[in-house]
Design a protein. Sequence first.
Length: 191
Amino acid sequence: MKSKDEVVMHAGFRRFSARPIYSEIPRKSSTNKKYKFMRFLHQEITACASFYAPVVFPPCRLLMSVQPEGAITPELAAAGSIVSVDPKQLIIKRIILTGYPFRTQKNKAVVRFMFFNPLDIRWFKPVELSTKKGLRGHIKESLGTHGYMKCRFSAHIKQDDTVCMNLYKRVYPKWHPPAWGGDANASPEEA
């Protein structure tokens, strides 16, 4: 099931529609309480669904059903319970920018195809770089006007390596007024 697809939630005698986003649950031993966004809800994986809906307090049991196209009756998609009612919960989406070494010399390289203008390079200069083969590095300076950049790495870099930059963005559940009887086209200000 895809994130932000409409499902029907059953919480006790209540029934409402929602558009949840799914995320991985952090380990209990971790002090980091950031939930990693998942594009799809996979089978046999424990996940957390976040959505806007009328208040339901924990530990209420919850059933999630979906109406497949062409089917008469809805199918049970997931079962679980309410963990918390927390508007401050952080759900983080990871985006990976990639570039390729153009020239390499020992632990230095000129990287291209990650950015296409020098302003972007200057903006992302403090962010750490990594490679597919496990090296760490950082941007030294912009080179020219076409998005080439000089980078320095922790060890000898090879020409066939791929340079990656991890970027993180907070995501929110989709606003869905029919959850409490509102108009589907209404914005949060109108509700």
